[in-house]
Write a protein that binds this ligand. Structure first.
Ligand SMILES: [Zn+2]
Ligand SMILES: [Zn+2]
Length: 432
């Protein structure tokens, strides 16, 4: 059965492909989504949404901000584009890249749909096998790439917005489309969730395209994303001539190396599903100088918030003890965190019935447990559920024989975009 709704989105597919390829071509990392956010905001405005953006939407501290140089570079790149409204772009300056579009038909129910927009610091493949490269919409921003599908998410969000703006008669209550920045580093949602817009939400919906899953699969509700904490460590030693006066220096590399090995060992004390990764180490200035400073970028993840916090605290204690032993002061900065969350069962069930009813997916998965990723959307899920609302996180299979998430040859099956937008539209219309 192909519903009228499917027909609408099949017709809109061409537009969604256009949008997705445009976002893909101009990938912008966390808090630098200047061009993407502006494009979204001007589209929502044109379609009659009430738009919130920039500083007015940020309600809390933004974590894990990029360098000023990165902020300036990406802002400049967006300002050079002719297709962007400069007044709206101005509102995002400084990394205020969140956008929300609101359609208010009545008071209730209040439904929020979350879309993420950020890209990753990855060099895109230039292989003849890589479709974005062959079709000439590969990244124009060197060193950055949409390697997680958030370009498709943004396009799907726009597809949904366009449909809603043309079918207000089918809607009730209030619909909020939240285009969030900084999903990848985690923290984008925490910066906006305390905004009054997110008070008294009845239903929250989030989704992800999964390039590692078959296009026949739709996951109606996920349970137990990994809770995560990301932090930076700075260890300070003292520089000195390595041959003339090594005894006058304090080598920051020694505690750094001991920390790396000790944290690896620490994993064995925790359940096997926890994750602890030291992803980046920078230290030293020259071969003949005692290393004065070491920087480590670390993340911890676990299936629940309590284990995550235990793991985090133990890691911090280990780092502090080792640094002290080597007489090196250390500074630890938390730069991002995500909670664990579970979809509301009855809402996941409603999704299941709706998805099944469309007969688009041969493999409708009612619920999925033990996911090995973290999701910034969990912050919104918990926020909504704590105040009595319901929340669900869905997944749509989108494999196309390309690389998978966070790889240089990542790509998605674009055909899945109209299907996801269609399901979201059904969820907008559906009554509780
Ligand atoms: Zn990702
Ligand atoms: Zn993602």
């Amino acid at each position: 059965m192909i519903s009228i709704l499917s027909k609408y989105f099949q017709d809109l597919q061409q537009d969604m492909v256009h949008w997705r390829r445009l976002f893909h071509q101009y990938p912008e990392p966390a808090w630098c989504e200047f061009g993407t956010a502006t494009y979204v905001a001007q589209s929502l405005k044109e379609w009659g949404f009430k738009v919130y953006m920039g500083q007015e939407l940020i309600a809390d501290k933004r974590m894990n901000l990029p360098t000023q140089e990165n902020l300036d570079t990406f802002y400049y790149q967006a300002s050079e584009r002719l297709d962007l409204d400069k007044t709206l772009l101005e509102k995002t300056k400084g990394g205020y890249t969140a956008v929300a579009g609101v359609l208010e038909i009545g008071d209730a129910p209040v439904k929020v749909f979350r879309v993420d927009m950020d890209a990753l610091p990855i060099n895109e493949s230039q292989s003849a096998e890589h479709l974005p490269f062959v079709k000439k919409f590969a990244s124009a921003h060197d060193g950055y790439m949409h390697a997680c599908g958030h370009d498709a998410h943004t396009a799907i969000g726009l597809g949904l917005a366009k449909y809603l703006s043309e079918h207000k008669e089918k809607l009730a209550g209030k619909i909020i489309l939240m285009f969030q920045p900084a999903e990848e580093g985690l923290g984008g949602m925490a910066a906006v969730v305390k905004h009054p817009l997110f008070k008294n939400i009845d239903e929250a919906y989030g989704f992800h395209v999964w390039a590692n899953r078959m296009p026949s699969e739709f996951i109606c509700g996920t349970f137990g994303q990994l809770a995560s904490k990301k932090f930076d460590v700075q260890i300070t030693g003292k520089a000195s001539h390595a041959a003339l006066a090594p005894e006058k220096g304090i080598n920051a590399l020694l505690p750094a190396a001991e920390i790396i090995l000790s944290l690896e060992k620490l994993k064995a004390q925790f359940p096997s599903h926890i994750r602890l990764n030291i992803g980046q180490v920078q230290a030293g200035t020259a071969r003949n100088i005692i290393c004065p400073e070491a920087h480590l970028k670390i993340e911890t993840r676990a299936g629940d918030t309590i284990t995550r916090d235990e793991l985090y605290t133990t890691a911090i204690e280990t780092i502090e003890t080792i640094s002290k032993k080597h007489a090196c002061p250390c500074e630890i900065n938390l730069v991002g965190e995500a909670e664990s969350a579970a979809s509301s069962k009855d809402l996941a069930q409603r999704v299941y019935h709706i998805v099944k009813g469309t007969e688009i997916f041969s493999n409708c998965i009612e619920s999925e447990l033990h996911n090995t990723y973290s999701e910034d959307y969990c912050t919104l899920m918990n926020h909504v559920q704590k105040s009595g609302g319901k929340a669900v996180f869905m997944g749509i299979g989108a494999s196309n024989e390309a690389g998978t998430h966070h790889q240089t040859d990542f790509d998605i099956n674009e055909e899945q975009m109209w299907k996801m937008a269609g399901i979201l539209a059904e969820l907008c219309i559906s009554k509780s």
